[in-house]
Ligand binder design. Structure first.
Ligand SMILES: *Cc1c(COP(=O)(O)O)cnc(C)c1O
Length: 413
């Protein structure tokens, strides 16, 4: 099938929740191919999901081997993969006494975190959860309520009670939101959807101290910034901070759906039989795949590669930004979760890159979000920098043609 045919079928049979612009039919490493056979350098990675690249041979083998052995049995029975994956995550988390619960997506992991915090607080009369404005926690009713963005909540009321909002990177704002009923603060170490904004060290350290003083849980949403994306296993490890529990999904299965809650000792035995469950959670197949992903990150030393390639990418991006100071105001992020901050909508640059054979994301209006796989090579980074530089030159010329002053060319939001 060609792209037009696929798009027509989709239009007829799928709810129009998405507006795709390409039909991708094959992937390998950092490359994907569309239905017409055009190749793209993939710096989206399925939105921070395919962290070890497309169709990594170790992952393919894990899927094949486990699919031939045992796919699913339910949690009525032990399976031999689930505790091994939990052990690996607990060890990498560094949280003392860590235990896991497995589910299937980021929203479901956060929903579970919220339930865990409420159950922990139930006897103390605490149930409120403070989240950050511009955060993103998912699309279920509780998690879209936790998501501090009105546009995601509009039309879905009445929303569940017990959520309040504070400003990211403003400790005082969180302190002001605390009441005797506050059970937890939920925060991303680096806001991804919100515009690639890393927490300031004083903010996360201050939150930890504040939560300890007030007897409140500190929960981290690691769905996007976890699994090596920031150059550490988990985003909070860039700071000298340990949350009481955190959620995972996206990169955990490299595209095979799996999510997790990882909790420290205070929360690790709060859920008892009957409190929480999910049919597909922690299936032998999902866990075998996630185990292969962890092995690849460890054995191929992808945290080191993420730091190295991230630093090199930032350096190149900053050079491009310097050349276009009038409409690129900076580069930010951690590891390979990077954002180029534009003074114009990012969609135009993203579209230009796609025409040139490179996939990137436009986020929060004016941020070009770049998420190559953690095993991206120097050559691929150089190729991306070349394409971004070209696209910026072309965009610059187009803006200049539209207006004598590119700064006020009417492309602002
Ligand atoms: C993507 C994302 C989610 C939601 O994950 P889904 O798997 O889409 O439900 C939650 N939190 C963060 C930080 C995310 O980036």
């Amino acid at each position: 099938m060609k792209t037009g045919e696929i798009a027509e079928l989709q239009k007829q049979h799928l709810m129009p929740t998405y507006a795709p612009s390409l039909a991708l039919v094959e992937g390998s490493g950092t490359s994907v191919w569309d239905a017409e056979g055009n190749e793209y350098l993939d710096f989206v990675s399925g939105i921070a999901v395919t962290n070890i690249g497309h169709c990594h041979p170790r992952m393919v083998k894990a899927v094949q081997d486990q699919a031939e052995t045992l796919v699913h049995v339910s949690n009525l029975y032990y399976n031999d993969r689930q505790p091994l994956l939990a052990k690996a995550l607990a060890e990498h988390s560094g949280l003392p006494g860590a235990k896991c619960f497995f589910c299937n997506s980021g929203a479901e992991a956060n929903e579970g975190l919220i339930k865990l915090a409420r159950l922990w607080g139930s006897e103390k009369g605490k149930y409120e959860i403070i989240t950050m404005r511009q955060s993103f926690h998912g699309r279920t009713l509780a998690t879209l309520t936790a998501t501090g963005q009105e546009k995601i909540q509009t039309g879905f009321g009445p929303l569940p009670e017990g959520f309040s909002y504070a400003n990211f990177n403003e400790l005082q704002s969180v302190e002001d939101a605390i009441t005797p009923k506050t059970a937890a603060v939920l925060v991303e170490a680096l806001q991804g959807e919100g515009g690639v904004i890393p927490a300031e060290p004083e903010f996360l350290l201050g939150l930890r101290k504040l939560c300890d003083e007030k007897g409140i849980l500190l929960l981290c949403d690691e769905v996007q910034c976890g699994m090596g994306r920031t150059g550490k296993w988990f985003g909070f490890q860039n700071y000298d901070v340990q949350p009481d529990a955190f959620s995972l999904a996206k990169g955990l299965g490299n595209g095979f759906p799996i999510g997790a809650i990882v909790s420290g000792s205070m929360l690790s035995d709060v859920f008892q039989p009957g409190h929480h469950a999910t049919t597909f959670g922690g299936s032998p197949l999902a866990c075998a795949v996630a185990l292969s992903v962890i092995e690849v990150i460890d054995e191929e030393e992808l945290l080191a590669n993420t730091m190295m390639m991230g630093a090199c990418f930032v350096e190149g991006l900053c050079e491009i930004a310097m050349k276009h100071k009038k409409w690129i105001s900076g580069v930010r992020g951690l590891g390979l979760l990077l954002g180029v901050v534009l003074d114009v909508p990012a969609a135009a640059l993203q579209k230009k890159l796609q025409e040139k054979g490179m996939l990137a994301l436009a986020t929060a209006g004016n941020i070009l979000r770049l998420l190559p796989p953690l095993n991206v090579s120097q050559e691929e980074i150089d190729q991306a920098l070349k394409l971004i530089a070209e696209a910026c030159e072309e965009l610059h010329d187009e803006m200049a043609a539209q207006s004598p002053n590119p700064c006020q060319c009417g492309m602002g939001e």
